[in-house]
Design a protein around this ligand. Structure first.
Ligand code: GTP
Ligand code: MG
Length: 180
């Protein structure tokens, strides 16, 4: 029996309203998806326990509001974050164009010791939509953006069809742990 301590990792999920932040978390933690949209107000977290390289890890995943009028997060909220997950919708160009703002906002608020090495992850969500026919951001374009930001890992996901959700959060946990 190992009495090894659990490592708590704080993860913050940011991105435009409606891109699927809450849905991705619900799929990952509760294995549930709802077609209905209910805007997140303020911020709330869910936890998930997992093992990474034989270490017991608790992911504390903070869901935030994409809608500006529901954002009321102070600097204290961002402090102590171990990883920031940026989400956009591959079918909505604006959500991709806004990534720079979310990235900048996080760095401004969290003010990590070394902004260049702070772990971010990018998720391009809703790849299932219209069988991929309504897609407006290519994988190449997304990867180029990641390359321009110190090589952020990138995953294409569907919260609805449960595509790459586990894989993405596993990478998030691993990346956050490495930065611990
Ligand atoms: P805010 O809380 O306002 O910031 O939005 P959000 O980013 O949390 O988005 P949310 O998870 O609430 O999803 C918005 C809408 O998109 C909902 O109607 C979801 O059902 C839908 N949705 C989320 N993920 C997917 C997906 O992967 N595929 C499809 N087809 N729809 C999705
Ligand atoms: Mg939400």
């Amino acid at each position: 029996m190992s009495l090894q301590k659990r490592t708590l990792l704080k993860v913050i999920v940011l991105g435009d309203s409606g891109v699927g932040k809450t849905s991705l978390m619900n799929q990952y933690v509760h294995m549930k998806f709802s077609q209905q949209y209910k805007a997140t107000i303020g911020a709330d977290f869910v936890t998930k326990e997992l093992q990474i390289d034989e270490r017991n890890v608790t992911l504390q995943i903070w869901d935030t509001a994409g809608q500006e009028r529901f954002q009321s997060l102070g600097v204290a909220f961002y402090r102590g974050a171990d990883c920031c997950v940026l989400v956009y919708d591959v079918n909505v160009i604006k959500s991709f164009d806004n990534l720079d703002n979310w990235h900048e906002e996080f760095l401004k608020q969290a003010n990590p010791t070394d902004p260049k090495t702070f772990p971010f992850i990018l998720l391009g969500n809703k790849i299932d939509l219209d069988g991929g026919n309504s897609r407006v951001v290519s994988e190449t374009k997304a990867k180029d953006w990641c390359a321009s930001k110190e090589n952020i890992p990138y995953f294409e996901t569907s919260a609805k069809e449960d595509i790459n959700v586990d894989e993405a959060f596993h990478c998030i946990a691993k990346t956050a742990l490495a930065n611990e």
